[in-house]
Design a protein around this ligand. Structure first.
Ligand SMILES: [Zn+2]
Length: 324
C-alpha cells in the first residue's frame, strides 16, 4: 500500500519479535497467567509461586524431589508385547508410542524406583500424564506388579503417585484386565502387612480410580486435582443437572470422605516421611540431619528449619545436593 505498511511496520515488528524472551526461560501459569521464571518454578516443584496452582511434573523430577539427596534406583519393568490388537486410529499405535517416548524420554507411562525418604527405605511408582495421558495399559499393569513384588521382597512400603486419563483404548480389553491384575498386586502388599500410600495427582480418572488408585491405606491428593471415574461433563449430560462448584476436585472429595488429606506438593515429602514411619511403627525421622532432596531448595529448608528449631540453629546450613 504505502511505505508505512510495507516497510516501517515490518521493521517495527521485527524489532519487537526479536525482544521476545526465549521459551525456555519463562513459564506461564495455566491458572493465573503470571509469567514465572522457569528456574523459580522448577525449584518450587512446578507449583506457581503466585497462586499455588500445581502444574504437571515429570515422574523423574518428582522422584528427585522426593528421595533423599535425589538418589533413587529404577526398577526394571517387563515390557509387554507391542500392539497386540494392531490398533489404528488416525495413527498406528506403535507410532503413537514412539512419539510419546521421544517426547518424554521414558519407556512408558509409569516409572518405578527404590530409594530412601527421610532415611526410610521405600518403593515408589509414579504415573506420567504426559505419556499418552498416563493411560493404563499392560506396561502400567506390569509396573505396578513389579513395584508390589519389589516392595514385598524388600519388605518396604509402596508409595504410588497416580495420574491418568483412564484405560488405554489402543489395548482394548487387555488394558481393562489391568484393573484386576493391579488389585491383586495391591492385595499382595496388604497380605505382607506393608503400607500402601496413594498420592492422587491431577487428573486421576477412569479405570485407574476404579482400581489401584483407590485401594491405598492412606489417600493423599494434591490441591485442586480432578479425581473421578466419569468426568463432570459426562455426568452433567447424563443426569441433566448442574453440578456443584468444585465437584470431583480434591477439596470437595476430602469434605465428602473420599480422601484422607489434601497436601500441597511442596509439603508432600515431609508428610510422606511422617506417614510411612508411623505406619511402619518407626520413631519419627531423626530431625536435624535428614538429607535434603535434590534441588528442593525451599523444601529442604522448610524441613531443616523445623528440625533445627528446638535445639540447634547451626544445622540450618544443610549441604544442598548438586543441581542438574
Ligand atoms: Zn498461578
Amino acid at each position: 500500500m504505502n511505505w508505512i505498511t510495507n516497510y516501517v511496520r515490518p521493521r517495527i515488528n521485527s524489532i519487537f519479535s526479536r525482544r521476545e524472551t526465549p521459551d525456555n526461560l519463562w513459564t506461564k501459569c495455566d491458572d493465573c497467567g503470571t509469567m514465572l521464571f522457569h528456574r523459580e518454578v522448577s525449584d518450587n516443584l512446578n507449583v506457581c509461586t503466585n497462586c499455588g496452582h500445581h502444574m504437571p511434573i515429570s515422574p523423574r523430577d518428582r522422584f528427585r524431589a522426593l528421595f533423599d539427596g535425589g538418589i533413587f534406583t529404577d526398577i526394571k519393568v517387563p515390557v509387554p508385547p507391542a500392539d497386540p490388537l494392531h490398533f489404528r486410529d488416525q495413527k498406528r499405535y506403535p507410532d503413537r508410542l514412539k512419539a510419546a517416548q521421544r517426547e518424554t524420554g521414558e519407556t512408558e507411562a509409569m516409572l518405578v524406583a527404590t530409594g530412601e525418604i527421610g532415611r526410610t527405605p521405600i518403593v515408589a511408582a509414579c504415573q506420567d500424564f504426559s505419556f499418552m495421558a498416563g493411560s493404563m495399559g499392560m506396561y502400567v499393569g506390569n509396573a505396578i506388579i513389579a513395584a508390589a513384588q519389589e516392595a514385598v521382597k524388600l519388605k518396604r512400603p509402596l508409595i504410588l503417585f497416580s495420574a491418568a486419563g483412564g484405560a488405554r483404548m489402543q489395548e482394548g480389553i487387555l488394558s481393562l484386565m489391568q484393573m484386576p491384575r493391579t488389585t491383586v498386586a495391591v492385595q499382595m502388599l496388604k497380605e505382607a502387612g506393608l503400607p500402601y500410600i496413594v498420592v492422587l495427582t491431577h487428573p486421576t480418572t477412569g479405570g485407574v480410580t476404579a482400581s489401584y488408585a483407590m485401594l491405598g491405606d492412606v489417600h493423599i491428593a494434591e490441591p485442586n486435582a480432578l479425581i473421578c471415574f466419569a468426568g463432570p461433563r459426562v455426568i452433567e449430560q447424563t443426569i441433566r443437572e448442574k453440578l456443584p462448584d468444585g465437584f470431583q476436585r480434591a477439596e470437595y472429595l476430602l469434605d465428602h470422605g473420599m480422601l484422607d488429606r489434601v497436601t500441597p506438593r511442596t509439603e508432600l515429602r515431609e508428610e510422606l516421611i511422617g506417614i510411612t514411619r508411623m505406619l511402619l511403627g518407626l520413631p519419627p525421622a531423626v530431625r536435624g540431619d535428614l538429607p535434603p532432596p535434590e534441588g528442593g531448595g525451599e523444601l529442604a529448608h522448610a524441613l531443616t528449619d523445623a528440625e533445627a528449631k528446638p535445639e540447634d540453629t547451626s544445622k540450618k546450613d544443610t549441604p544442598k545436593a548438586g543441581k542438574k
